[in-house]
Design a protein around this ligand. Structure first.
Ligand code: SF4
Length: 574
């Protein structure tokens, strides 16, 4: 096993991939492994095989200075001297390890996204991502985030599809005070972005749901405490996503994480986790693969560290496009991956384990649900994650007024209030409705999910959040309530932050030909993707593109066709 070195700072399944049906793409999905020949003779930049010299600018930057060191420079230099003082290598590289990205300059057309220099595209304001491992928040913590939003982020706040809360319009001068306030209540932004272990997503109902298999939150907390912000894992080949859920609905999109611990009951050892590796979307999407290993709760952090170490040491670093762990898993296969994990990192054998049962529900937790202690948790829809400082402050206040001090964010951009007595449920729902957050399981609002889009993202080509709100509102009016949700995911560019390939209707932002023959904002459509029971990638229909203006009409047509033709109980993805 190799370990990371850095120079001193300068001054400054067998599831989930379905075997009974090919991935539903225009042509058979190419697995990451199928591109292995490119450049293989020169090596893939794997540290464990001796490729220690950085083979691209990103690797060089990480070697030049451990990105975690940028925190001190932000506090001691940049926040005092202002935006212009920031070293470009920090600004466009290491800042991400502190959850900071420059946001897109307002008013820049999506058609110019790929052609402008970074300094032409970026604003002097930042997006700041607050990491919320497991989505677990106290009302006090939520109030602090709300206060930061109001005081330093023009009231902005988005719940992301990885349980974080993202703020915008942040000035570098305010970052130290923001961190001070967050850290005072046990929150931080460290490694919220960057080539490192991102937020650990966990079941939003860990430790509370009556139907839970096992509570994974202790493992989430231990990983966060031991390994996040540690130099041991601060230089990975690329981002590394983790999910842990012991809920039968597998409510953390485990198919799409680099490593997932999925709740299962072992006939001999009782409740624990099934280990999956190698999931990821964007180009060459791949669903995570089972290693066939059972991991007891107490061993999750150790196994997590072993898998993360494999990625650090054997992950491909030469080409950014091949640096996610899915490429290594595809090339090695699960048998070799498990063997290397056992022989080189754990120095013991893992227990063979059973396959988890396939979930039948979406696990977004909207509506009222029973806790194991007899109280309730209530899940609320948001408008594609868009909230505000005021809404979050009021949400904390209302939750407390109804006897709760705990909330959770979810990977479906929902907000949960825990520990609600029967007598308080109705009042809580009525008060949240005034904030625009409904607990209605039949609302179109439940179905939409959207990434950041052109409003703030420098890679975006089209708008997403307002479009998602418009779609939900229009379809609510035109079609009324939905007895079975049709998921609609919107991405602002060809990346897949909003998981378009796994939605019933996935919309990938791009310029399309408008009615007058000119290029206008629109979307490439993917149809019939899903997770859980319907795990598979949506079909990208050639030439099936829709302009942004036509989007509600298009979704209305697709939804009507499905509703008219479906057989009893038939889901959209079937
Ligand atoms: Fe930005 Fe594209 Fe990701 Fe949306 S999908 S947040 S536009 S990079």
């Amino acid at each position: 096993m190799t370990t990371q070195t850095t120079t001193a700072p300068d001054a400054r399944t067998d599831r989930p991939a379905r075997t009974d049906r090919p991935a539903r793409t225009e042509r058979p999905a190419r697995t990451p492994g199928q591109r292995r020949q490119v450049g293989r003779k020169r090596g893939e930049g794997q540290w464990a095989l001796g490729y220690r010299e950085p083979l691209n600018a990103n690797e060089q930057q990480k070697k030049d200075d451990n990105p975690l060191n940028v925190r001190a420079r932000i506090i001691n230099i940049y926040a005092k001297q202002g935006f212009a003082s920031i070293d470009p290598g920090d600004l466009r590289g290491r800042f991400r390890w502190m959850g900071l990205y420059t946001q897109r300059k307002p008013g820049i057309d999506g058609g110019k996204t790929g052609s402008l220099e970074p300094e032409e595209l970026e604003d002097s304001y930042f997006m700041l991502r607050v990491r919320i491992d497991g989505g677990a928040l106290s009302t006090e913590q939520l109030r602090v985030i709300a206060g930061i939003s109001s005081d330093f982020a023009r009231g902005s706040a988005d719940i992301t599809d990885r349980q974080n809360i993202q703020l915008h319009w942040v000035r570098i001068e305010d970052v130290p005070e923001i961190w001070r306030r967050l850290e005072e209540v046990g929150l931080h932004t460290t490694e919220a972005c960057g080539d490192c272990p991102r937020v650990v997503i966990g079941s939003p109902v860990a430790g509370i749901a009556a139907d839970e298999i096992i509570n994974g939150q202790p493992a989430v907390d231990e990983i966060r405490a031991k390994y996040i912000g540690s130099p041991e894992f601060s230089n990975l080949p690329r981002k590394f996503k983790t999910s842990i859920s012991g809920h039968p609905s597998q409510d953390v999109v485990p198919e799409l994480n680099d490593i997932s611990f999925v709740g299962v009951r072992h006939p001999q050892y009782g409740p624990g986790f099934d280990l999956w590796v190698g999931g990821g979307l964007s180009t060459n999407p791949m669903l995570a693969q089972r290693l066939g290993a059972f991991v007891p709760l107490a061993e999750v952090p150790e196994v997590w560290a072993g898998v993360t170490s494999i990625f650090r040491d054997y992950g491909y670093r030469r080409l950014r496009g091949r640096a996610r762990m899915k490429f290594l898993v595809a090339d090695w296969g699960t048998e070799k991956f498990r063997q290397v994990l056992e022989d080189e990192y754990l120095h013991r054998k893992l227990i063979d384990g059973p396959k988890p049962e396939t979930p039948v529900s979406t696990g977004d937790h909207v509506g009222v649900h029973r806790q194991h202690d007899g109280r309730n948790y209530v899940g609320f829809n948001t408008s594609a994650g868009r909230v505000s400082g005021d809404i979050l402050a009021r949400a904390a206040e209302i939750a407390e007024a109804h006897g709760s001090q705990r909330l959770r964010t979810t990977p479906m951009q929902k907000l949960l209030v825990l520990d609600v007595d029967d007598a308080e449920v109705e009042g809580l729902i009525a008060d949240f409705a005034e904030l625009g957050l409904s607990a209605n399981r039949k609302a179109w609002q439940r179905s939409v999910l959207a990434c950041t889009g052109i409003e703030f993202c420098k890679l975006a080509i089209v708008e997403t959040k307002a479009q998602a709100v418009r779609v939900a509102d229009e379809l609510e009016q035109r079609l009324g309530e939905l007895d079975s949700p049709i998921t609609v995911h919107l991405n602002g560019c060809p990346n897949s932050c909003a998981r378009v390939q796994t939605a019933d209707i996935g919309l990938k932002g791009q310029l399309v030909t408008g009615p007058g023959g000119n290029q206008v904002p629109g979307y490439q459509v993917h149809l019939g993707g899903g997770l859980g029971l319907d795990a598979g990638f949506g079909r990208k229909l050639r030439g099936h593109k829709v302009t942004a203006d036509e989007l509600p009409d298009y979704i209305e047509r697709v939804a009507k066709a499905y509703l008219a033709d479906r057989l009893d109980g038939e889901r959209f993805a079937q």
